[in-house]
Ligand binder design. Structure first.
Ligand code: GRF
Length: 204
C-alpha cells in the first residue's frame, strides 16, 4: 500500500482534506504517521480521532528550522513507518539538505500563492498588498530553499475588491483542499514524473 507521512504545525485542514478524499475515493493510500513540532497542533487531534499514529517532535533551539538531532528523529520515524511520500501541510520549518537527501523528490508541500510569486509567510497578505488580480495555491516538490522546487499543480483564485487577508486566505484554502489531495493521488498512482526539474503529469 502506498504510504504517506504528514508533517503539520497548525490547524491541519489540509491533512483533514487529504484523509477525507482518501476515504471518499476509497484510494489505496495509507497515512502511516502524522508528525508535528507543535503539541497544540490540531493535526495531532485529527490523527488521534482517525486512529493514525501521531507524535509531537518539538524543536526547542530554533524557530524556523530543525536542529540536526531533531531532523534525525523525524527521518527515523518516517523511515520506521515506511512512508513513500512526505507531505508538508503547514509545517512551519525549513527542511535541511540531510532530510531532503533521505527522501529524494519524495517530499511535497502546499503553498498559498501561485509560486514563484510570494514565497514565505502570509502569502495571501503579500498578494493583497502587492495588488495582484489573481493569486492561488501551488503544490510542489520540496528542494533546498523557501517554497522552491518543481511545481506540480496550481489553482487560481481571483482577488476581489472587498477582500480582507482573512477572506482571501479562506478562498485560497478551499482550493488547497482540492489540489493537495489530488496531488497525493496522482503521485501514488505513478502519474507524476520529474525530468530536468520539470514535472510531467500523465492521463488525468
Ligand atoms: C496552508 O495555507 C498552506 O498553504 C501553508 O500552511 C497552511 C496550512 O493550513 N503551507 P492547514 O494547517 O492545513 O489548515
Amino acid at each position: 500500500m502506498f504510504t504517506i507521512g504528514v508533517l503539520a504545525s497548525g490547524k491541519g485542514s489540509n491533512l483533514k482534506a487529504i484523509l477525507d478524499y482518501i476515504k471518499k475515493e476509497k484510494l489505496p493510500i495509507k497515512t502511516g504517521v502524522v508528525l508535528s513540532d507543535n503539541i497544540e497542533s490540531f493535526s495531532l487531534k485529527i490523527a488521534e480521532k482517525e486512529g493514525i499514529e501521531h507524535l509531537c517532535i518539538p524543536e526547542k533551539r530554533h524557530k524556523t528550522f530543525l536542529s540536526a538531532g531533531t531532523e534525525e528523529k523525524y527521518v527515523k520515524k518516517l523511515k520506521e513507518c515506511k512512508v513513500d511520500l512526505v507531505c508538508l501541510a503547514g509545517f512551519m520549518r525549513v527542511l535541511k539538505k540531510v532530510f531532503l537527501q533521505e527522501f529524494p523528490w519524495k517530499i511535497i508541500n502546499i503553498h498559498p500563492s501561485l509560486l514563484p510569486s510570494f514565497p514565505g509567510l502570509a502569502a495571501w497578505e503579500q498578494a493583497l498588498n502587492y495588488g495582484v488580480r489573481f493569486t492561488g495555491c501551488t503544490t510542489h516538490f520540496v528542494e533546498y530553499g523557501i517554497d522552491t522546487g518543481p511545481i506540480i499543480l496550481q489553482a487560481v483564485v481571483p482577488v476581489l475588491k472587498e477582500d480582507t487577508p482573512e477572506s482571501l486566505h479562506k478562498r485560497i484554502q478551499e482550493k488547497e483542499h482540492l489540489i493537495y489531495p489530488l496531488t497525493v493521488r496522482l503521485i501514488s498512482e505513478g502519474k507524476i514524473k520529474i525530468l530536468n526539474r520539470r514535472v510531467y503529469i500523465s492521463n488525468i
